[in-house]
Design a protein around this ligand. Structure first.
Ligand SMILES: NC(=O)c1ccc[n+]([C@@H]2O[C@H](COP(=O)([O-])OP(=O)(O)OC[C@H]3O[C@@H](n4cnc5c(N)ncnc54)[C@H](OP(=O)(O)O)[C@@H]3O)[C@@H](O)[C@H]2O)c1
Length: 263
């Protein structure tokens, strides 16, 4: 089977890194099932990609903070007769207020969206991939998983989970032809900081810290195809990760406390 007859499911495809995954995978001939809350954005993108690349492009509007959503997405794919060969668990956001000032439903939503939904979608689609002997899964983590923890944020902990979980699943699935890659981008141009409410501070960060989503996505697809379990895109991010990772935990704690640009 070639990518021309394979289907990719992408969450958070209405903007940023997810929409960029959709563009790259459609250009490679994958049929797409695009998921996010903003149906109008998904429909515009689906129309454009179907026209440009001649692929089948379906959309499903869902709030992935809803615990019922992973099963609803997969049921919709089955209804459309699409079996998922390539899964990109990308949808995400971060709160930036103090932990005790954030209402519990918001924190629970972050955990559901980036941990539970991501894990359940993997659990739902992996058996089919294993059965067919081919599959690719990219779980979008963050450089935050390899960096000192940020004060108040659940984000660092959540993205650490995504990275470690992806490595564990890669060990289990790889003998069956299914590769899992944790993608750990650094600062990437998208709507992330508008949603987080930190655009002003983000714009003051030096340009060397930033990557374009196209570069991140290209490197991620190359990594998952070649079976790399963790992908840190960009030279600067790779250097940062290799410098920060070996630091003793007490120093990581102090660095995390001292250098939080979003505090
Ligand atoms: N940009 C960065 O600097 C950066 C760095 C490291 C990691 N990341 C990670 O990259 C991933 C993509 O982020 P991005 O930078 O592309 O941000 P973005 O431009 O804000 O896109 C986020 C996507 O997630 C979707 N989403 C958010 N909440 C959702 C929900 N409840 N249900 C369904 N979809 C939801 C959004 O769609 P709707 O609003 O339409 O639902 C949107 O398509 C995230 O996991 C993020 O943590 C980003």
């Amino acid at each position: 089977m070639t990518s021309a007859s394979r289907t990719a499911l992408i969450t958070g495809a209405s903007a940023g890194i997810g929409a960029t995954f959709a563009r790259h995978l459609a250009a490679q001939g994958y049929h797409l099932l695009l998921v996010a809350r903003r149906a109008d954005r998904l429909q515009d993108l689906a129309r454009e990609l179907a026209q440009r690349h001649g692929v089948r492009c379906e959309v499903f509007s869902a709030d992935l903070m809803d615990p019922a959503s992973p099963r609803a997405v997969v049921a919709h794919a089955a209804q459309l007769g699409m079996s998922i060969d390539f899964l990109v668990n990308n949808a995400g956001l971060s709160g930036h207020r103090k932990f005790i000032d954030t209402p519990w439903p918001e924190l629970a939503g972050e955990i559901q969206l980036m941990m539970t939904t991501l894990t359940e979608l993997t659990h739902l689609v992996a058996p089919g991939m294993v059965q067919r002997g081919w599959g690719r899964i990219i779980n979008v983590s963050s450089l935050a998983a390899l960096s000192p923890p940020g004060e108040s944020l659940l984000y660092s902990a959540i993205k650490s989970y995504v990275m470690v979980m992806s490595q564990s699943m890669d060990m289990e699935f790889k003998p069956h032809g299914v590769h899992v890659t944790a993608l750990c981008p650094g600062f990437t141009h998208s709507e992330f900081h508008d949603v987080m409410g930190t655009r002003k501070t983000a714009n003051q960060l030096p340009p060397i810290l930033w990557q374009q989503p196209q570069d991140v996505v290209q490197e991620a697809i190359k990594a998952v195809m070649s079976g790399k379990p963790v992908c840190v895109p960009g030279t600067f991010n790779k250097i940062m990760a290799s410098l920060m990772r070996p630091l003793p935990l007490w120093l990581q704690y102090q660095l995390g406390k001292a250098f939080n640009p979003f505090k």
